[in-house]
Design a protein around this ligand. Structure first.
Ligand SMILES: Cc1cc2nc3c(=O)[nH]c(=O)nc-3n(C[C@H](O)[C@H](O)[C@H](O)COP(=O)(O)OP(=O)(O)OC[C@H]3O[C@@H](n4cnc5c(N)ncnc54)[C@H](O)[C@@H]3O)c2cc1C
Length: 621
């Protein structure tokens, strides 16, 4: 595709300096506090410029990837030289249009968009299939270490070139012996005798963009250090080499290679951040990356849903459109509901990061400090976004293929490619298991070690909540019912955490199955509350589309209904893992009271939601 054929170009956007301050919010506090809908950011509040950015990224992906390739039943495959050159050329063209500059500050040639807008853009990238991974590595893990931790000279030297795509960036953390256990790497750096260079030896694997990158953010331990340090390594540094492209199951258009360091000489000025700051840096960057990975998952689900709605409407069997069958409606209604709810969680998290950053800047923090602290604060929410978004993506594309029947298996629909491409989202940016456990582990650290979150006091309120639920005269308005369910979810999490903690004490950390159950409850609580808050906020707006709002309200009902079922299953299994006899019965009774049924008709809700999606010609919520 020629440059001329692309009629789009990103507008020149002036970086907005946010001078507002916001009420302080702590990461993870959603489990012990109820948020106000008024403070909650919803996607309808994006300004026109942000929406345009999203649309332009989507259009670029359609023109550069969908039209020339998969619509012709062809997939880019970087193990083939021409395709590799084509993927690099597409990335360079995206740079000319400004797409590589979205997270780089204006002072270094970027647009310095806020986290929310970057998240919105990430929901559009799946239109480019494996290009999403290529561009994502360039704008996120490949450049943010320099944006967040770089000194002035490093920023001046590298960021403008990454923003224009003159340089392709990559991030090299994983090693053969260090995957989930990222700090266990063996790559070593030693200061040269003259103190001018670090000499690096070792190997990294699975490096996205590695086959054509110009710079690599490399993590290695210096001498006998306990923790990693980070370095900016240029492709032409002596002692650096690149392996062959990996043959992969999916995202075949994105470059993935091993890289090798054989007495690789890195100037001392290329140490990024402070010595031994690399592990913290890796986690901070992954926190941000996780929200964008979740956004990519939600975008992938939207793509799958739109294809499904379009196909189900036109495909006729037994004399009618398959979209009229209950089974198909149940699938479409379910995917739409989960997409709606998880999308609200993305923007809540991204907005909390933007607000925290603004507050820190107002209090005198440097730009680097503000970005690092704000991203780290919402590690729990980021992990939830990653797990829920990637799970949703894989589920939605699988169901989309099913809705397409045999056509789903045809290359021209792109669903097979989407199915394979989606699968990586559960593995990279930290596997979903690691992220799920991290969410609970981080919460308990903030409760027990740093004492930032007072879970104990919140837990003390459980008996009065349980008593209120036994009262037969309790109010049954739908809004109160929804609040009752949200409180029940929160209390169930606190109750099981308390009971399991009492049983296992410090050894609870070794009970991974129970932690995974707790994480399920935590995840459902966060996402359900986000969906609830969005609809609460929309309900109070005068200019709202009433028909759309009616469907969004039903989505909240359905999500809460499903969240209750998930939480009940998780809680019952967790209890059975440590309690027996009368104690098990008592715990189960408490859970039954805290998670009382929600009397709605899920079949009708899914049908209504599906009909709205099909009539709209796709997702529009
Ligand atoms: C296509 C692709 C692109 C990638 N791009 C990059 C990149 O650009 N840069 C980079 O640095 N890395 C990259 N990675 C690496 C990726 O981040 C890792 O593969 C991922 O973190 C998992 O590590 P691992 O593969 O070693 O799996 P392992 O850590 O060996 O995990 C294997 C299984 O064990 C589970 N597991 C591991 N530890 C625990 C535990 N403590 N408790 C319970 N279960 C556990 C995992 O959840 C998983 O199910 C990429 C990988 C792929 C496949």
């Amino acid at each position: 595709m020629s440059q001329e054929a692309i009629a789009v170009k990103l507008p020149v956007v002036e970086e907005k300096k946010n001078t507002k301050t916001y009420p302080p919010v702590k990461g993870g506090e959603f489990i012990i506090q109820n948020s106000k809908a008024a403070d909650f950011f919803i996607s309808e509040e994006f300004e026109e410029e942000a929406r345009m950015m999203g649309d332009l990224v989507r259009d670029f992906c359609i023109k550069e990837i969908q039209e020339p390739f998969f619509k012709n039943g062809r997939e880019l495959e970087v193990t083939n030289k021409e395709d590799k050159a084509e993927m690099l050329a597409i990335l360079k063209r995206s740079g000319e249009l400004g797409l590589c500059s979205v997270s780089i500050p204006e002072a270094y040639g970027g647009m310095g968009l806020d986290f929310k807008t970057n998240t919105l853009i990430s929901t559009k990238l799946p239109h480019g299939f494996s290009f999403a991974t290529t561009l994502g590595a360039q704008t996120s893990i490949g450049c943010l270490p320099i944006v967040y931790y770089g000194n002035e000279a490093q920023k001046q030297k590298y960021l403008p070139k990454i923003a224009s795509a003159e340089y392709v960036a990559s991030y090299a953390l994983t090693e053969p012996t260090a995957g989930s256990d990222a700090n266990a790497g063996k790559t070593k750096a030693i200061l040269s005798a003259d103190g001018q260079q670090y000499i690096i030896n070792g190997q990294k694997i699975w490096i996205t963009n590695g086959g054509f990158a110009d710079i690599y953010i490399v993590f290695a331990k210096i001498d006998t250090d306990k923790n990693l340090s980070a370095f900016i390594v240029e492709r032409n540094f002596e002692g650096f080499s690149i392996g062959a492209e990996e043959k992969k199951f999916g995202i075949k258009g994105s470059s993935t290679v091993q890289i090798f360091f054989d007495d690789c000489k890195v100037p001392v000025e290329n140490l990024l951040g402070a010595r031994e700051e690399g592990f913290k840096m890796a986690l901070t960057i992954l926190n941000g990356g996780r929200i964008k990975a979740g956004a990519g998952g939600v975008g992938g689900a939207m793509f799958a849903l739109n294809r499904s709605a379009e196909y189900a409407k036109t495909r006729k069997q037994f004399g009618k459109s398959i979209s009229e069958f209950g089974v198909i409606q149940a699938k479409i209604g379910d995917i739409a509901t989960k997409t709606f709810a998880i999308e609200t969680a993305l923007y809540r998290t991204a907005d909390l990061i933007d607000r925290k950053e603004a507050n820190l800047l107002a209090n005198g923090a440097t730009a680097n400090e503000a970005k690092i602290t704000a991203t780290g604060e919402f590690a729990i929410e980021a992990a939830i976004c990653k797990v829920k978004g990637s799970d949703l993506c894989c589920y939605a594309i699988d169901e989309a293929m099913q809705i397409h029947g045999g056509m789903g298996y045809a290359a021209e629909t792109g669903l097979g490619m989407g199915y394979r491409d989606a699968r990586i989202t559960k593995i990279y940016e930290g596997t979903n298991e690691i992220n799920a456990m991290l969410a609970v582990g981080e919460l308990s650290k903030r409760a027990l070690q740093t004492k930032e979150l007072d879970l104990m006091s919140a837990g003390k309120k459980i008996p009065s909540f349980v008593l209120s639920q036994i009262n037969p005269f309790r109010s049954t308005s739908d809004e109160k019912e929804q609040l009752r369910i949200l409180q029940g979810l929160k209390n169930t999490f606190l109750y099981i955490t308390g009971a399991a903690g009492k049983h296992f004490k410090k050894k609870l950390v070794d009970e991974q199955e129970i932690i995974m159950h707790l994480s399920s409850i935590l995840q459902e609580t966060f996402v359900a509350e986000c969906a609830y808050l969005k609809v609460q906020k929309l309900s109070k707006k005068a200019d709202v589309d009433k028909a759309k709002l009616a469907i969004q309200q039903q989505m909240v009902q359905l999500y809460l209904y499903d969240a209750l079922a998930t939480a009940k299953h998780a809680a019952t299994e967790a209890i059975a893992s440590f309690a027996t006899g009368g104690q098990q019965k008592r715990h189960n009774r408490m859970v039954r009271i805290m998670l009382k049924p929600y009397y709605i008709n899920p079949k009708v809700l899914r049908r209504n939601i599906a009909q709205a999606v099909v009539e709209n010609g796709g997702y529009n919520f």
